[in-house]
Design a protein around this ligand. Structure first.
Ligand code: ZN
Length: 141
């Protein structure tokens, strides 16, 4: 069995615009089952594009970049990105991702919602609930 690894996100393929959510879930599960690695479907900035990326057995690490914007509280805005064909592209949304085993959402999963300023996402786990496991951003206030 592969070791416990959180690996940098690697681009796998684009998602055709006519691909349904059901097909997307099935594709991610097949990739996950074959490789034993986590896979995610992402919505990327610009042109309404979706992509599938692969991580490690226990997580997907996204590159954090600092935008030119300075937040009113003084810190620089950070965003997650993925390199595709040598170009860093900003991630707007974690549509869904898979786990090769049923473990529930990880710390990294919650962090990703914070970074993306996203309220909710869903995990499909091999041998987990068929309807997926929804997880929500922890309230900060
Ligand atoms: Zn996860």
């Amino acid at each position: 069995m592969a070791g416990r690894r959180i690996s940098d996100a690697v681009f796998v393929c684009w998602v055709e615009e006519w691909t349904t959510a059901e097909e997307l879930i099935n594709n991610l599960k097949v990739y996950t089952w074959k490789t034993e690695c986590e896979h995610a479907a992402l919505e990327l900035r610009g042109a309404n594009r979706r992509a599938i990326v692969r991580g490690g057995t226990h997580g997907i690490r996204f590159k954090l970049r600092v935008s030119g914007l300075i937040h009113p509280l003084g810190y620089q805005e950070q965003y997650a990105s993925i390199n595709i064909e040598g170009q860093p592209i900003r991630i707007d949304k974690l549509i869904m991702h898979t786990h090769p085993q049923p473990t529930g959402p990880s710390e990294g999963d919650f962090e990703m919602l914070d970074i993306l300023d996203q309220d909710v996402s869903i995990i499909y786990e091999i041998n987990g609930p068929i309807e997926g496991t929804e997880f929500k951003r922890r309230s900060e206030s």
